[in-house]
Structures are given as structure tokens and as C-alpha cells.
Write a protein that binds this ligand. Structure first.
Ligand code: BEZ
Length: 254
């Protein structure tokens, strides 16, 4: 899971689009009254609550204690646990749901996650999820890497953004039959106006700057903005739009 120190207030207030877009994934899940649903990587609980509104019985888990604390404060009647999806010992569920969380788990660890999902699901149960897909945020990551490299820094790729061809066989290998899968561009306008891109990098790309001083970081972010401004900044609206690509799928336990 990420080394990021998540700030739940910043996450909710400055990056509310994550949960807003996630509502489409809840629609695909189509939760029914009385269903038992596990929300994997629930963050501050916005979508867990949206699922619960359908009358389903939901448990939200997240590896970040700060996020779970905020989720419990916001939704005291719902169940949340601090848990790492790779090691979680689930009860039985009719569905597992995940939005914008799986890409934080390294690719090598997804077999552990998918084994957990398989264990969690009752026969015929479904796994409905969305994560960053192959090619996600390439322009932003490329610009940050180029500016880091110009100053002698290198960075690991901290996320896992698989293609359909890569992920569907992994699902099937864990007894999860893929019923739909889509990889699609979803250009995403950021909050925060002129500062939106650096705020986004601060929230989601912090690990790219491991070992970089605060002064260098500020210079690099200035240069990243200049590099990306022609392609990603709308001067009339005063907003940045990031090149998100999503992998959205539904699968069923055979
Ligand atoms: C995403 O939700 O696509 C994302 C999250 C973290 C870093 C980059 C992209």
C-alpha cells in the first residue's frame, strides 16, 4: 500500500472528484437491500455510505488509519476496519467493491488480494471495481520524471495500472469470471484552479519525490507546470485536466 501520509480533510475537500466519479462504479455494482458488501479501500467512506443507502449491509476497509478514523466520524452507524487487503481475513459477502484503491497495491501483490476476494465471495458473488488502467496519468508522470531526471533524481513507478489483457487472466486464475471490462480515457478536471496540478501531485504523487529536498521539489513542480500548461491547462476556465484512464470491470465467482 502507499507510503503516503493521507490527509483525510484534504482528500475530501480538494479531491472530491474521486468519490464523485466512483458513483458510476456503485451503479455498476447495483447493490440490493440486505446484500453483504465489502468496500475494499473505502477511504473516508463516501461510497461505502452510498452503497449502504441502497439497504445493503456494508463493511469498509482501508489500510490508512487516518482515513478510517474520518470514515467512522462521518458515518458512525457504518462498519469500518483498518486492514490491508492482502492480509484481510474476510467473512462471507455477496459482493466486493473497490474504487480508485487497487492501483496502490503493487502488481506482484494482486494475487494475494484476489485470493482474499475469492475467499470473501459466496458462490455467484460479484467483484466490481475500478482502478487506474494502462496509460493512466502518463503525461503528468512523464513530465515529473523528466524534470526529476534533469536534476539527477530517479523515481520508481509507485502504482499498478494494468491493461484488460493483463488483469482479466489474473481474475480468472482466482475463479472470478469476467463479465465486463473496459479501459477508457477519463480526462479529469481538478479542483484548486491554478494550484490544482501541484496539489494533485502532492496528494497522489508524493512518492515520486522520495529523497528530493523541499526546495528542489518546488522548482520541479514549477517546471512541470510549465511543461504541461499547453496541453493540460485551460486558461479560460483556470483549471487543470489530468489524463486519467480507468480500468473498470465486473466479475463473478463461478
Ligand atoms: C488514479 O486514481 O488514477 C491515480 C491515483 C494515484 C496516482 C495516480 C493516479
Amino acid at each position: 500500500m502507499p507510503d503516503n501520509e493521507w490527509d483525510p480533510d484534504d482528500y475530501d475537500e480538494g479531491h472530491g472528484f474521486v468519490a464523485e466519479y466512483g458513483k458510476d462504479v456503485v451503479r455498476l455494482l447495483d447493490p440490493q437491500p440486505g446484500e453483504r458488501i465489502l468496500d475494499l479501500g473505502c477511504g473516508t467512506g463516501t461510497l461505502t455510505a452510498a452503497i449502504a443507502d441502497s439497504g445493503a449491509d456494508v463493511v469498509g476497509i482501508d489500510a490508512a488509519a487516518s482515513m478510517v478514523e474520518q470514515a467512522r466520524e462521518r458515518y458512525p452507524d457504518l462498519a469500518f476496519e483498518v486492514a490491508d487487503a492482502r492480509e484481510y481475513e474476510p467473512g462471507e459477502f455477496d459482493a466486493v467493491f473497490s474504487n480508485a484503491a487497487l492501483h496502490w497495491i503493487p502488481g506482484k501483490d494482486h494475487d494475494a488480494v484476489l485470493s482474499m476476494v475469492d475467499d470473501a465471495l459466496a458462490d455467484g458473488g460479484r467483484f466490481v471495481a475500478e482502478l487506474g488502467g494502462r496509460g493512466n496519468v502518463t503525461q503528468v508522470e512523464g513530465a515529473v520524471r523528466a524534470e526529476l531526471a534533469e536534476r539527477g533524481h530517479d523515481a520508481d513507478h509507485p502504482w499498478y495500472f494494468p491493461s484488460i489483457g493483463e488483469y482479466a487472466p489474473r481474475l480468472e486464475a482466482h475463479g472470478l469470471e469476467v463479465t465486463s471490462a473496459r479501459l477508457f480515457d477519463r480526462p479529469t478536471e481538478l479542483d484548486g484552479g491554478e494550484a490544482g496540478l501541484r496539489e494533485w501531485v502532492g496528494m497522489f504523487g508524493d512518492e515520486l519525490f522520495d529523497g528530493v529536498s523541499e526546495a528542489d521539489r518546488a522548482t520541479i513542480l514549477d517546471a512541470v507546470e510549465e511543461r504541461l500548461r499547453p496541453a493540460l491547462f485551460d486558461a479560460d476556465a483556470g483549471t487543470w485536466t489530468v489524463d486519467y484512464r480507468r480500468l473498470r470491470f465486473a466479475a463473478e465467482k463461478a
